[in-house]
Design a protein around this ligand. Structure first.
Ligand code: NAD
Length: 463
């Protein structure tokens, strides 16, 4: 743990195990509520500690260090999360980009000048706005991307000159600690960031309700997000929660591209991605051809040791999660779905599963299923597809494959989601665009520039 600028260890430890081998990969301290309060009170004093050029330098140099150490990061991510090294390498490359874009944003924080003479009483005034750091940001991150979920919060928080208290996932804290060490190696004042690890049931409420915190930025499940929204009280909140992410494939689509996108979106990181594909809505006229292509591509994937270079699908985070996915596949089959291939479980691994004829109310498609599954739901037309996407409680990102502009426009206008991706999947990502959901998928936006906005407050100065 990093408290008051010092790495401290407690005797109470929690073990981190490799989900594939079951072997211990490390231990971390278990913080107490009192330690969390202490860490937050100290970090609070260190917001606004740096100039823009210092923040730029720290983030840029950290990006270079992460790039240089990419092999170590890949090994760390893979061993604590079970992510295959192919996916972990992509995660490290993305972290480097996120850090570089954060560094650039550190230099772009500006305000406005406003003529106030829209009313008689203010006709002789001029106002300017400046954006100030929000203060102490509490960052709480999930297991599924042990590096990026941390970088996507700490990058903009530091760019905006905030101090941070980070609570990484209790399942994958080791990569997060390694990354914070890199920030400090590259000049971040150690008291500007605190790291607390341990049991969320023990420290979670103490952390989010702590009086020193000005903002909570949380990524994780809907259930924990809703709990945090109630516990945190009157502080700024960004919540990035789950999704039942949909890919729509219309009968005029480029099928080969749609299949390739479906494979990447449904099985990437073994299906444990908030913006991954959790259901595929395929037009009835092309369903047979689409499923044939999907099966062919799916059967080529190699499930195996996450550390092997040729493995495509590693493990889920633990056996409990894999059992849940297995249960949802069985439930869909009981309700009439056909299991085309995959879906078999060995400990924490599941072979990639295609299901067709999936009933629209099955849990596998209505809830967020965090596993390598491609459930196909037949749709009649674009109206039917859009209304079914909108039927779940989530609304993060939806992809639509069509070569008909009218259908693309209809979907863009009618889908109740944070982003509509035309001719790509919901997994599309760029650090330049806003990212976040509507409905139960969350509140606020990430994407570096947009996160900087959330993590700053506007001060108005009137002359
Ligand atoms: P989780 O909700 O179980 O845990 C997320 C974090 O919250 C962890 O650090 C955990 O320790 C902490 N936590 C748990 N209880 C807490 C409490 N009472 N107070 C404070 N913190 C608490 O989620 P997970 O299983 O780690 O991650 C998977 C979930 O994350 C999925 O639902 C997925 O969709 C979601 N996710 C969303 C996005 C997004 O950007 N929308 C990205 C990745 C993952």
């Amino acid at each position: 743990m990093l408290i008051k600028g010092k790495w401290v260890e407690s005797n109470r430890r929690s073990e981190i195990k490799n989900p594939y081998s079951g072997k211990k990969v490390g231990t971390v301290s278990m913080a107490t509520g009192a330690e969390v309060l202490d860490a937050a009170a100290d970090a609070k004093k260190f917001s606004s500690a740096l100039t823009a050029y210092e923040r730029y330098d720290i983030l840029m140099r950290t990006a270079q260090e992460v790039e240089k150490d990419s092999r170590d990061y890949v090994a760390s991510i893979s061993s604590e999360s079970g992510m295959c090294v192919k996916d972990a390498a992509k995660e490290v490359a993305r972290a480097v980009s996120l850090l570089k874009v954060s560094a650039e944003e550190a230099k772009r924080i500006t305000g406005e000048s406003i003529f106030t003479d829209v009313v008689e009483s203010a006709k002789r005034n001029l106002a300017v706005t400046i954006r100030e750091p929000i203060g102490l940001v509490c960052a709480i991150t999930p297991f599924n991307r042990p590096l990026n979920q941390v970088v996507v919060k700490l990058g903009p928080a530091i760019a905006a000159n905030n101090s941070v208290i980070l609570k990484p996932s209790e399942k994958t804290p080791l990569t997060a600690i390694k990354f914070v060490k890199a920030l400090i190696n590259n000049g971040l004042p150690p008291r500007m960031v605190a790291v607390v690890t341990g049991d969320p049931a023990e420290i979670g409420d103490a952390l989010v309700s702590c009086p020193h915190i000005d903002m909570v930025t949380f990524t994780g499940s809907k259930e924990v997000g809703e709990h945090i929204a109630k516990t945190a009280g009157m502080v700024k909140l960004t919540l990035e929660l789950g999704d039942s992410g949909a890919l729509i494939v219309m009968d005029d689509a480029d099928l080969a591209k749609a299949v390739k996108t479906a494979v990447a979106g449904a099985y990437g990181n073994a299906g444990q991605s908030c913006r991954g594909i959790k259901r595929i809505l395929v037009h009835k006229n092309i369903e047979e051809a689409f499923v044939r292509g999907l099966k062919e591509a799916t059967e080529k994937l190699k499930v195996g040791d996450p550390q092997s270079e040729d493995t495509d699908i590693g493990t889920l985070i633990n056996e409990v999660q894999a059992l849940e996915v297995e249960k949802r596949i069985a439930d869909a089959v009981n309700k009439g779905a056909r299991l085309v291939c995959g879906g078999t479980r060995k400990k924490a691994q599941i072979t990639p599963a295609i299901l067709t004829n999936v009933p629209r109310d099955a849990a596998i498609v209505m809830k967020e299923t965090f596993g390598p599954c491609a459930p196909v739901v037949t749709v009649n037309d674009i109206e039917d597809a859009v209304s079914y996407v909108n039927a779940t409680e989530y609304g993060l990102q939806t992809g639509i494959f069509t070569n008909d502009l009218a259908k693309a426009f209809y979907a863009a206008g009618q889908l109740k989601v944070g982003a509509v991706i035309v001719n790509n999947g919901p997994q599309f990502d760029s650090p330049a665009i806003p990212f976040g959901g509507v409905k139960k998928s969350g509140l606020g936006r990430e994407g570096i520039k947009y996160a900087v906005n959330e993590m700053t407050t506007v001060k108005t100065i009137v002359f």
